[in-house]
Design a protein around this ligand. Structure first.
Ligand code: EPU
Length: 392
């Protein structure tokens, strides 16, 4: 059920605000229509705003840190009349060229509410199918512009269970429901209660239940039928005050038993996860990358069998009636692990990660990805799908 709090469609009818980007300068916008609930810059470098560290430029760059700022942005008509891109932590994006449009960078921060499990949200939880309305759960609603890992660590330190496997994932909270981030056996969908988002066209606020988000593997309604239609303002998580961690991912269970931890706290699990990630994945502070560059591809049993005839050690996991292949393994088998092409490279410890080997451009990343895709397809007959989004 959608909860419509405020209908500002009337504002959007005001065509005075809908001036094409190329006709406006920042000065015009600031002086014409707005108070300063949002900050608009022109022609700025995006290098600090994407984890790959690609030095592309944006024609216009808008930030807001309050709900009022977001409402004002939507009332302005700027997004209705120009190409736009909502940029969270920039951790899953490659700018192949300069961006000729409006980059929206939400920087609203903080915990909006923290409530004991209560009836107000009962109907919305998990689409209403498993509200689990007991005193063991807590609902924490957090602003979209908050840094994901800071939030996950903060909840973990409070002793809440649910986000401990998801610490250290780069990016912001607002992106978590869009691409259903996941790691070590847990996905955001397992803990998201609901998502608060604004419809860009009308400015109407809506609450999406977990079920309405139509989560899939690195996928949601916000990447499909509602792509570019909504902007996430906040996300509410249902966390547990009693142990319910998933520790069966092999690297995690191995580390816990090596450390002799039989009943781990969320903080102990998070610390193991940080250690495991540190062994395989580049430190975002030191190496530019977009995390996993490709999704793990799904194949049918007969496709798997065909691959196994030549490669009996292919890494696969059954998912329903299909099989998920480890893309990192496929790429490694094609000899790409640790190799570079121009200034873009394949991370030596995890072949699913492409990285910036120093001053690399978006086009160099795309060239490397294309070469890898071609090799994997010709060797295994499997087409890799990018997890990272290429912005042309
Ligand atoms: N493997 C290789 N060579 C490699 C990398 C992986 O052979 O270079 C094989 C290994 O057999 C390994 C298996 O692939 O056991 C799986 O590797 P790993 O556990 O590293 O996980 P992944 O499937 O490569 C996914 C996510 C990661 C997440 C890890 C852990 C995707 C696209 N990626 O990687 O997410 O951290 O699982 O849960 O699903 C991200 O999205 O940015 C990301 C890092």
């Amino acid at each position: 059920m959608a909860l419509c709090e405020k209908n500002v469609a009337d504002y959007c009818q005001n065509k005075n605000y809908c001036v094409p980007l190329y006709l406006l300068s920042v000065k015009d916008i600031n002086t014409q229509t707005f108070d300063n609930y949002m900050d608009i810059k022109e022609n700025i470098s995006l290098k600090a705003y994407n984890t790959f560290g690609i030095d592309a430029k944006a024609s216009m760059f808008v930030e807001y840190d309050t709900e009022k700022g977001l409402q004002q942005l939507l009332e302005s008509g700027l997004l209705q009349s120009n190409p736009f891109l909502i940029l969270g932590g920039g951790s899953n994006i490659v700018f192949a060229n300069d961006y000729r449009g409006v980059i929206v960078h939400p920087v609203n921060k903080g915990i909006i509410s923290e409530k004991e499990c209560h009836e107000a949200y009962a109907g919305q939880m998990q689409g209403g199918d498993n509200p689990d309305m007991d005193s063991n759960h807590v609902f924490v609603e957090v602003a979209a512009g908050e840094v994901w890992s800071d939030f996950a660590w903060a909840m973990t330190r409070k002793g809440y269970y649910g986000l401990e496997n998801l610490v250290e994932i780069p990016g912001n909270v607002g992106a978590a429901p869009v691409q259903n981030v996941g790691a070590y056996g847990v996905e955001a969908k397992d803990v998201i209660a609901y998502v608060v988002a604004y419809e860009i066209e009308t400015g109407i606020k809506r609450v999406f239940t977990n079920k309405e988000c139509k989560f899939g593997y690195r996928d949601s309604i916000f990447k499909n039928e509602l792509k570019n239609k909504y902007i996430v303002f906040s996300v509410c998580f249902m966390l547990s005050k009693t142990a319910n961690s998933k520790t069966n991912y092999s690297a995690l269970s191995k580390m816990l038993s090596e450390k002799g931890i039989a009943t781990p706290t969320p903080l102990q699990i998070a610390e193991c996860i940080a250690e495991i990630r540190g062994e395989k994945l580049p430190n975002p502070k030191e190496v530019g990358s977009a995390g996993s560059f490709f999704k793990n591809p799904m194949v049918t049993y007969s496709e798997l069998e065909a691959i196994q005839q030549h490669y009996p050690d292919v890494v696969s996991y059954p998912i329903g009636d299909k099989y998920k292949l480890a893309a990192g393994w496929l790429i490694e088998k094609c000899g790409w692990k640790g190799r570079t092409l121009g200034n873009a490279g394949v991370y030596p410890k995890q072949a699913l990660v492409l990285f910036n080997n120093g001053g690399c451009t978006g086009n160099e990343v795309v060239a490397l990805a294309t070469a890898i895709e071609a090799d994997v397809e010709s060797r295994f007959g499997v087409r890799l799908e990018k997890e990272a989004i290429i912005i042309n």
